[in-house]
Design a protein around this ligand. Structure first.
Ligand code: FAD
Length: 398
């Protein structure tokens, strides 16, 4: 008989730790908390695990960011991902096939060269390739001067790649459940209860649940729940769209990103191309995909791969992205409210961060102090003007 992936436990009246949001970040935090021996932990999810960005992303993993703080953090995450299938005993289909960021202008080449040097200085593999070197690895790509923006070079990051996003969510959920975490789907949190500057619990559609420690891991929905607590977060939610094509026999063996053309793509083991571009032009909570996205994606995609003009699109969708001004996350206790922790600001690039985010969030909650590696991502950096500027490495290139 097939074993259930996780239990459907009774909702208790109190938990030691409540995590709001059953995406990769909430589930990873719950898993690592339980692994550290913290008991009586619950994940409260409004719909079902993986409903948000964690079930809608294009599953690109890499660590070649722009700042030392960012590179160190994402590199820790990539290292955790490398061991995750074994640790959680689940096939995550992680393929470290190499990640190209194409440059089509002098200014973007300057940015890519700067990133290559900073990455190398931190010990992360990254190098600049010329157009013929790109063509050798991706023979189908057009490096001629026919496109409006010819390819001038690329930042190549060998450890980057793709993973099966649903599998990551399910594996963390099953791993957490096996260690005793209660996962409650269909349990939207309506309010975080705060009295005398301390978290007291949460109000849900199934009643009030007491807890002295609450972490929100809500990505695009963070402002909805955290806004009423009075905590000011510089987040703006935008939709991000993606699509998959019909399957072709495997021909693309690397992740290709063009930040000038605002597109990226990779090929799954099933042969489909998984494709995406930048966030929509205006803030929104809608999760419907648009014709405008399809048209603009197709136009730019054909500049890179004109031979694929007959390829058909099978489906397209959208998810919500919680953008911060510096394109870096917020993982932080809210000091003014005891027991309140926030994990958000994952924008278009947070899936790759889930293991490091979960591990360090768990340490922050269990040990009561913020681990060194996530200190730069404290929410007070916006008041103190200590931004961790990652726009050059985070936008479009997921
Ligand atoms: C199209 C697209 C492509 C992307 N591609 C990449 C990529 O290639 N690589 C990458 O690293 N990142 C990518 N991202 C970003 C990535 O998906 C997100 O940053 C990441 O999944 C955020 O995870 P999370 O666990 O923080 O939030 P989510 O997965 O969004 O989970 C939040 C959960 O909270 C729940 N929730 C909401 N309100 C409540 C409430 N009141 N009570 C209880 N639960 C609630 C939601 O139902 C949801 O399940 C992409 C995003 C999109 C949309």
């Amino acid at each position: 008989m097939t074993r259930r992936m996780w239990r459907t436990p009774e909702l208790r009246s109190s938990y030691d730790v409540i995590i709001v949001g059953g995406g990769a970040h909430g589930l990873a935090t719950a898993y690592y908390l339980a692994k550290m021996g913290v008991r009586n932990v619950a994940v409260l999810e409004a719909r079902f695990v993986g409903y948000g960005g964690s079930g809608r992303n294009t599953a690109i993993l890499r660590s070649n960011y722009r700042t030392e703080e960012g590179i160190r953090f994402y590199d820790q995450s990539l290292r955790l991902y490398e061991r995750l299938a074994g640790e959680l005993d689940f096939n995550l289909m992680f393929s470290q096939q190499g990640h190209f960021t194409l440059g089509h202008s002098e200014s973007s080449m300057n940015t890519l060269m700067t990133r290559a040097e900073i990455n190398k200085s931190v010990g992360v593999e990254s190098t600049i390739l010329s157009p013929p070197e790109i063509k050798r690895r991706v023979p189908e790509i057009d490096i001629s001067d026919h496109p409006r923006y010819p390819i001038m070079g690329a930042l190549y990051h060998p450890p980057g790649g793709i993973i099966r996003h649903d599998a990551v969510v399910w594996a963390y959920a099953r791993g957490a459940d096996r260690l005793g975490v209660d996962i409650h789907n269909q349990t939207p949190v309506q309010k975080i209860v705060i009295e005398n500057n301390r978290v007291q619990g949460v109000v849900t559609n199934r009643g009030t649940v007491r807890s002295g420690k609450v972490l929100t891991a809500l990505a695009g929905w963070t402002s909805e729940l955290c806004g009423p607590t009075g905590v000011k977060l510089p987040l703006v939610t935008y939709p991000l769209q993606a699509l998959v094509t019909e399957p072709y026999k495997p021909w693309l063996h690397h992740v290709i990103v063009s930040s000038n053309l605002h597109i990226y793509l990779s090929q799954t083991d099933r042969g489909e191309l998984v494709c995406g571009d930048g966030i929509d032009g205006y803030p929104h909570y809608g999760m419907r995909s648009t014709l405008g996205f399809l048209e603009s994606y197709a136009a730019h995609f054909l500049e890179l791969f004109p031979a694929l003009h007959k390829m058909k699109v099978m489906r397209q969708w959208a998810g919500l992205c919680d953008m911060t001004p510096d394109y870096s996350p917020i993982i932080s206790p809210i000091e003014a409210i005891e027991g309140f922790y926030i994990n958000c600001g994952w924008g278009t690039y947070g899936f790759k961060a889930a293991p490091a985010s979960g591990l360090n969030s768990a340490r922050m909650i269990a040990e009561g102090k913020v681990p060194e590696i996530i200190r730069p991502f404290h929410y007070n950096r916006f008041q103190e003007n200590r931004l961790v500027g990652e726009k050059a490495a985070a936008s479009v290139s997921s």
